[in-house]
Design a protein around this ligand. Sequence first.
Ligand code: APR
Length: 251
Amino acid sequence: MVIYSLTLIQALRTAGHIVMLTGAGVSKESGIPTFREAQTGLWAQYDPTELATPQAFRRNPQLVWEWYQWRRSLVANADPNPGHFAIAQMETLIPAFTLITQNVDGLHQRAGSIQVIELHGSIQRTKCFEEETIVETWIEDGQIPPHCPHCGGLLRPDVVWFGENLPQEAIEAAYIAAETADVFFSVGTSGLVEPAASFPHIAHSRGALLVEVNPTETPLTVLADFVLTGASGEILPPLIEQTWPQKGAAR
Ligand code: APR
């Protein structure tokens, strides 16, 4: 087993506020494919970054809806992995802990995380493409996508597509968290998509210790104070056990 640096362990033990930014890599061990890796099966011929746009939805709403239905079914059949559980556990061990995720799969919440800032929305929710209001129920009359029961517009997943604005409340909360972090973790994210990519830089410039967890290098690696190379499900549980040996029981 890896033995983590005492400096890192001490910093975690004494931190008042730890902020963790997560991306698709955290859900990789649950079998959810990231956007930037080759898709498999039925959807192999499509580039996700070209399906997740309002233009794609306007052009072919059925295709985009069905792609999200497929992603929903992947998530429904997946379970949170040890990385998700370790993050949820960390929330109970720190005076203040803020989780900011770019993931839309809801696996953090299913692992027990309570305070989750969802920057890119959630595929569990559906909204009206026209009015942008959340829609809980609709009539399944075979039309794909189904229609909004209020205005008749097309329904779409409540996720942030490329070229769309992030939810204002989430972004403000994330900025405040980054500015006030003692330790900032960047976990399973390629750090390529703004504004999330800026958060570690903001935290670092305000004096936070920067920790990256990723099996491969990212643009953030050179800036990080600690680079923990590997899968989050393998890196995070022993880090917690070594930091809080009394409380951090492995799952
Ligand atoms: N544990 C931790 N990290 C991992 C693992 C793992 N088991 N497996 C892969 N990774 C890393 C990859 O090395 C990569 O750096 O996770 C990162 C995933 O990167 P992206 O696919 O770019 O995901 P993300 O950073 O979340 O993308 C941001 O862009 O794709 C859009 O809207 C989508 O929310 C997403 C946003």
